[in-house]
Design a protein around this ligand. Structure first.
Ligand code: CA
Length: 68
């Protein structure tokens, strides 16, 4: 009987540690080009604000990608 209790405690511990991690900032799906991202309803991404900014080329250098 004691062994059963230990097993139950172990399961509880594992379940407690397996919670969803919401610490990481959620990022949008990555596409090859801004055109695809915009077509998917994503963007725009701002420099120093959105991690997705680094994925795309800021051709006009205004600190925003996937503007349209
Ligand atoms: Ca831009």
């Amino acid at each position: 009987m004691k062994r059963l209790i230990l097993a139950a405690a172990a399961v509880t511990l594992v379940a407690g540690c397996g919670g969803s991690s919401t610490d990481e900032p959620a990022q949008d799906k990555r596409y090859d080009t801004c055109g695809e991202a915009v077509a998917a309803g994503l963007g725009p991404y701002t420099k120093d604000e959105d991690p997705e900014y680094a994925w795309y080329d800021d051709n006009d250098g205004d600190g925003v990608v996937c503007e349209s």
